[in-house]
Ligand binder design. Structure first.
Ligand SMILES: C[S@@+](CC[C@H](N)C(=O)[O-])C[C@H]1O[C@@H](n2cnc3c(N)ncnc32)[C@H](O)[C@@H]1O
Length: 203
């Protein structure tokens, strides 16, 4: 039997699945600007962020940057049986991990970028999303990408829907405020580091 040392990295990963924590840290080391954090969101942050969603009126829930799936089970626990949850992340390691971790017929995983949210919705037969959740590191994305994502998000939401955003840096608000100016804000201190939470409503 060959020693694991002689095997390519991907083979070693399939032998023993990476822990969420280990994979997240590796994701940060490989793509610091895209992941921009070494600690996944806390349970308190997740509950706080999702508390404002009207789950009875949510048929299409989108998440940008699910990473290792910190929000996934909490969203699925609240989501109606006939609703769909579309998660979009460009990182192939996170996507591969989530494909094995989340097995729920309401969950659709797309390896891609949030910039393409409207095309992704259209491909699934939807005109709009009800809610879009984002932990995207807007301030470290390539120039122009954050603005494009904010604009596309506003166009993708239905009236009455909301863009749910959590980030550490207050200036992230500047990206989406021009397109979604009706904003509620809160702090979640029980997180490393404490996070800003915004609910930006489509009027
Ligand atoms: C700070 S991590 C958030 C991880 C997770 N949601 C959490 O709460 O712990 C940022 C995530 O955004 C993803 N990301 C970066 N650029 C993206 C883009 N253009 N579209 C969608 N996701 C992106 C990264 O791959 C990473 O999974």
């Amino acid at each position: 039997m060959p020693s694991t040392r002689s095997l390519p990295r991907a083979s070693r990963h399939t032998d023993k699945p990476a822990s969420d924590w280990g994979l997240f840290v590796r994701g940060f080391i490989k793509h610091p600007a895209m992941v921009a954090s070494i600690v996944p969101s806390s349970g308190r942050l997740i509950r706080h962020m999702l508390d404002r969603v009207d789950w009875a009126d949510c048929k299409v829930f989108v998440e940008y940057g699910p990473g290792v799936g910190t929000f996934c089970q909490a969203v699925l626990d609240r989501l109606a049986p006939d609703a769909e949850y579309i998660a979009i992340d460009p990182n192939p390691d996170f996507v591969e991990h989530l494909r094995h971790k989340i097995r729920d017929s309401r969950f659709t995983l797309i390896q891609g970028s949030a910039e393409d949210v409207r095309q992704i919705l259209k491909d699934r037969g939807y005109d709009h999303a009800d809610y879009i959740l984002s932990g995207l590191p807007f301030t470290t994305l390539p120039a122009g990408v954050g603005d494009l994502i904010a604009r596309e998000t506003a166009a993708a939401l239905r009236p009455g829907g909301a863009f749910l955003v959590y980030q550490f840096r207050p200036r992230v608000r500047n990206f989406f405020a021009p397109y979604l100016p009706k904003i509620d804000h809160a702090m979640e201190w029980w997180n490393v580091p404490p996070a800003q939470l915004w609910w930006a409503w489509k009027e």
